[in-house]
Design a binder for this molecule. Structure first.
Ligand code: SF4
Length: 728
């Protein structure tokens, strides 16, 4: 393995030589030493994919007075200049973290949220010997944090700042790091993988793990296994590559390294899933009160906190339970129990349409235990506990036989223990959920947690301090749903100014169209398509259309959207439900590749709340204009109604706003920001539903400040957009 002599990052072998992904240098071996052949090779960087929001800023050199000061943000902010209001925000966050506050920073892309977070929190962490746990949603967000940390680390080295040395590691889940073929072939969920991995290790059946233990015994500290790599910030991908070469387990190597890392970058679940958090903190070697949390894209955490607290069972999982119970000769009553559930779910699947159906949990429970012949709930609970014990016995026997499999019986018992514990609580909802996936009907029995505070408040209460980052979150809703005021900590809200130039953003709401259920007629779709035509006519290249739902998307296609895209010489790319991640990646890459064609370009037709309107960025010409076609309200399913009812009770009649309106606007806000990712981007944002006019206060502030209402007249959109795209 070779490392970049300039920045220390791992080098990749390419046709042209060894390539550093971080600084873009190609290196060649000359006289036994790595040298740049012809200085920095000028690889023409794609202006749309440059990592930095601005052009790469220069790293600054501190003067003696700055160096002699007590450690503060200036010792960690690596760039020559602060962007507008950046320094002020950093100071506020540093001060708040010292006072153990919860901070919410709402700032659009382009503000430099990552460097703000790191340079303000690192001095506090170092001074108080704390860890920074940086929680992100995606791998690319993790990598972005590591890249910023590498810049900070170089800056510290160049300035020789004593006591400020930092390292950091981004980690992933077991399924994404594991190199064991047996485990990978089983395609398990994270909980099941944990059990299978444990069995493989117990039986000494994982060579990667055994190699790692041997390696660890050779060195005093795990970082010494590869100090060049681990004494600096390192991304999970580089750690996995290192382990693949040396046949080590990346998952456990990352865990062994955690204790020595100042900054750990990971998915929300590592902290917000209580069962994962416990072991994670053990590896980190700190209690949560010694950790500063950073929650990136914190609007996601509301759903994460309820998802980790919800449970489900399916006929498939029951079938496997039956197999295990038969094979290990369980008591007859256990078999009857699973058979009753299995038959019941299949019957319901046939009766119900594709819908969600609420269950009255106590009546359901009573029916089941009476059918099994129990006199009361206590007897049933004891029976479930016995089932749980039986699952442990099955598992141990399987293990002794060298078998590796999932523990479905244990999961079933846990599901029912949760039902028994929570059936009388208002903050849980119980239902059947019938869906059609690839023309096949499926059913699940679900326990749905409604209140994010149950998970969020203990985390916020116990951590040292917490910085929440988002470009779109509504502070009022976030405060309530996360229970910030119940955490016992003071709260500091910071709303950053828009970093974008006024002349680079055009934001409009069009009158005369909407996607209300009763208005979804061919006439309305045609009217929407005519307005889309005007946007396409004015926009230089690529356009994104994110619909309120797949039904609206289909409505546009059924009413000949394609004719309009063809007329405007735009290739149409349509996001379909159920596309695999790689199929979708091809689709998006093909769409983006049309950006260079400023004569024609392309149209990406997707949905709000989908992976292309939230997880994907379209800077530069990848998307010049974005259209939000319809107000993306969720269907008023029983689950949504239960949430509204519950929130009405606990949040002073705010149910509709918090459970129905806010998630819809959040989806629209996320989609509308897709084309504006960098400070130099220029983009048009079109809210194509007149209902946005009444709800404009919920739209992200940086967009709201530019909003104009366009009357329902022919060519009215052209009159606004044409000059925007054609002025110099
Ligand atoms: S020890 Fe590591 S490589 Fe082995 S199964 Fe577990 S996660 Fe996979």
């Amino acid at each position: 393995m070779k490392f970049c002599p300039e920045c220390g990052n791992l080098l990749y072998r390419m046709k042209e030589g060894l390539y550093c992904k971080l600084c873009g240098n190609y290196w060649f071996k000359k006289g036994g030493k790595l040298k740049i052949e012809t200085g920095r090779i000028n690889i023409e960087k794609d202006k749309n994919t440059s990592n930095d929001l601005n052009n790469e800023p220069k790293i600054k050199i501190l003067n003696k007075t700055q160096l002699s000061k007590k450690i503060n943000y200036l010792h960690f902010f690596p760039y020559e200049q602060f962007r507008e209001s950046q320094e002020n925000i950093i100071k506020q966050i540093e001060e708040s973290a010292r006072s153990k506050k919860i901070v919410l920073l709402v700032a659009p892309n382009g503000t430099g949220k990552t460097v703000i977070a790191l340079s303000s929190l690192l001095p506090v962490a170092i001074e108080n010997n704390l860890k920074i746990i940086y929680l992100c949603r995606t791998h690319s967000q993790n990598t972005r944090v590591i890249k910023e940390l590498i810049k900070i680390s170089r800056f510290i080295n160049m300035n020789d700042i004593k006591g400020a040395k930092i390292n950091g590691l981004s980690i992933r889940g077991r399924n994404e790091m594991c190199l064991n073929k047996t485990l990978l072939s089983l395609k398990l969920n994270p909980k099941e993988s944990m059990a299978v991995c444990r069995d493989l290790r117990k039986n000494r059946n994982c060579s990667h793990f055994l190699n790692l233990l041997k390696k660890r015994d050779e060195f005093d500290k795990p970082v010494l296994i590869a100090p060049d790599l681990f004494e600096k910030p390192i991304d999970a991908e580089d750690l996995i590559n290192f382990c693949a070469t040396h046949k080590l387990c990346p998952y456990f190597l990352s865990k062994f390294l955690l204790e020595e890392m100042r900054v750990v970058i990971c998915n929300y679940n590592w902290i917000f899933n209580p069962s994962i958090r416990e072991t994670f903190l053990k590896f980190i070697g700190r209690e949560i009160d010694k950790c500063i949390l950073v929650i990136d894209e914190c609007h996601n955490i509301i759903d994460v906190a309820t998802d980790v607290n919800s449970e489900r069972i399916t006929p498939y999982s029951l079938r496997i339970c039956l197999k295990d119970l038969e094979m290990y000769q369980s008591p007859v009553l256990m078999l009857s129990f699973v058979n009753i559930l299995y038959d019941h779910l299949n019957k319901k699947k046939d009766i119900l349409k594709t819908e969600e159906k609420a269950i009255v949990p106590d009546i359901f429970l009573e029916k089941i235990y009476k059918k099994l012949g129990f006199a009361d709930l206590n007897e049933f609970e004891n029976f479930i506990k016995a089932l749980h014990e039986f699952s442990i016995a099955i598992h141990e026997e399987k293990l002794a036989n060298g078998e590796i499999s999932r523990d479905f019986v244990g999961a079933l018992a846990e599901f029912w223990l949760k039902w028994i514990k929570n059936y009388s609580l208002e903050n849980y909802f119980f239902c059947y959920n019938v869906q059609k996936i690839k023309e096949r009907k499926t059913i699940v029995l679900e326990i749905v947690a409604l209140d994010p505070r149950e998970i969020a408040v203990p985390v916020l209460k116990n951590c040292h301090s917490c910085l929440n980052l988002s470009g779109t979150v509504n502070p009022y809703v976030f405060n309530h749903l996360m229970g910030l005021h119940e955490s016992g900590k003071s709260y500091k809200g910071i709303i950053a100014d828009s970093p974008f130039k006024k002349q680079n953003i055009k934001a409009i709401i069009t009158e005369g169209v909407d996607t209300k259920r009763e208005n979804r007629t061919p006439l309305m779709y045609k009217k929407i398509i005519n307005k889309i035509n005007e946007v396409l006519y004015c926009t230089p290249a690529n356009v994104g259309i994110f619909c309120a739902s797949y039904k609206i998307l289909k409505g546009l296609l059924d009413n000949n959207l394609e004719v309009i895209t063809e007329k405007n010489k735009r290739k149409l790319f349509v996001e379909e439900p159920g596309l695999s991640a790689s199929e979708n990646a091809f689709l998006v890459n093909d769409f983006k590749s049309m950006a260079s064609n400023r004569e024609n370009g392309a149209v990406l037709l997707g949905v709000c709340g989908g992976r292309n309107s939230e997880g994907e960025d379209y800077p530069g010409d990848y998307m010049n204009s974005v259209i939000i076609a319809g107000f993306p309200y969720h269907l008023p399913t029983p689950r949504v109604n239960a949430k509204i009812e519950y929130y009405d009770k606990v949040f002073n009649k705010q149910g509709w706003n918090f459970a129905y309106l806010y998630p819809a606007v959040q989806r629209a806000n996320q989609a509308s920001g897709r084309p504006i990712r960098k400070i130099v981007d220029k983009g048009a944002i079109v809210f194509m539903d007149s209902r946005f006019k009444d709800k404009y206060k919920w739209i992200s502030e940086w967009i709201r400040n530019e909003l104009e209402i366009i009357p329902d007249k022919d060519d009215a959109i052209i009159q606004h957009l044409y000059p925007f795209w054609n002025s110099s």
